[in-house]
Design a protein around this ligand. Structure first.
Ligand SMILES: CCCCCCCCCC(=O)SCCNC(=O)CCNC(=O)[C@H](O)C(C)(C)COP(=O)(O)OP(=O)(O)OC[C@H]1O[C@@H](n2cnc3c(N)ncnc32)[C@H](O)[C@@H]1OP(=O)(O)O
Length: 214
């Protein structure tokens, strides 16, 4: 049983609001044999901040002063929410958010879902639809949810709405994350950054919690 690519699927037979047109199947669409696993028992409690996974992360790191410094909150199920205010340094067109910045915000939010599964995973593929322009100073309310898991492959989707959870949709995204072991980072990361991260007892503890046992 896979999750819906829509955040609020209308029950069959009900006269709810019309859903957006269904997206064509792509490599980020969960296949028929995908399952929705249980929320990990040690996943952050619903409504609590998930916290930065790395202080220098461009998406969530509190010490990355030029980054997005996003706070992502755990939802009730396999879902998360985040808010991101578009600043002047995020411009693409005059007064408008750069599309790549919006995708980064989606990537960070989607990646946070892996905390609910207690697994380390990196983005393999990320697709996005830019639905409407996002002015500078806008608050983008993002929601993301897991749509299915098959082996190491974690399928997920999300959307960003302007102004709040009921605001107009500005961006939709679908992604495929691939579970990796800690060695993914220690093998490929710049050595001085890996050493600094591993030397930090709290970060090490957190990284270990992410380790996968396939
Ligand atoms: C401590 C935690 C930190 C969390 C950080 C989160 C930060 C925010 C998220 C990110 O931005 S992560 C950074 C951006 N992503 C990367 O840098 C990943 C770079 N790519 C890789 O390292 C490898 O390509 C990858 C680990 C994704 C996959 O390589 P592997 O050798 O481990 O797996 P493989 O290539 O065998 O693929 C495994 C399965 O996934 C499928 N797959 C992999 N990449 C795919 C792709 N791009 N599209 C579709 N399918 C893909 C692949 O076909 C296969 O399917 P099957 O199992 O059915 O055969």
């Amino acid at each position: 049983m896979t999750g819906s690519l829509s955040p609020n699927p209308t029950p069959q037979g009900s006269a709810g609001p019309a859903e957006p047109p269904r997206q064509p199947l792509t490599p980020t669409s969960p296949p028929d044999d995908a399952v929705l696993p249980a929320r990990h028992p040690e996943a952050p409690a619903p409504g609590t901040a998930i916290g930065s996974h790395y202080v220098h992360c461009f998406g969530c790191g509190p010490q990355q002063t030029g980054g997005l410094q996003m706070d992502v909150r755990a939802g009730e199920g396999l879902d998360v929410t985040a808010e991101f205010v578009v600043k002047p340094l995020h411009q693409g067109g005059p007064g408008l958010a750069h599309g790549g910045i919006l995708v980064t915000a989606m990537d960070e939010t989607l990646g946070s879902l892996n905390w609910l599964l207690h697994t380390a995973a990196v983005t393999g593929r990320l697709e996005s639809d830019f639905v409407r322009p996002v002015p500078v100073d806008s608050l983008l309310h993002i929601r993301a949810w897991v749509t299915g898991v098959v082996g190491r492959k974690i399928y997920c989707a999300g959307e960003g709405r302007i102004g709040g959870p009921e605001g107009p949709v500005a961006i939709r995204a679908q992604a495929l994350f691939i579970q990796v072991k800690l060695e993914h980072f220690t093998t490929h990361g710049r050595p001085e950054d890996i050493k600094a991260a591993l030397d930090d007892p709290d970060l090490f503890k957190r990284a270990r919690a992410f380790e996968v046992n396939p």
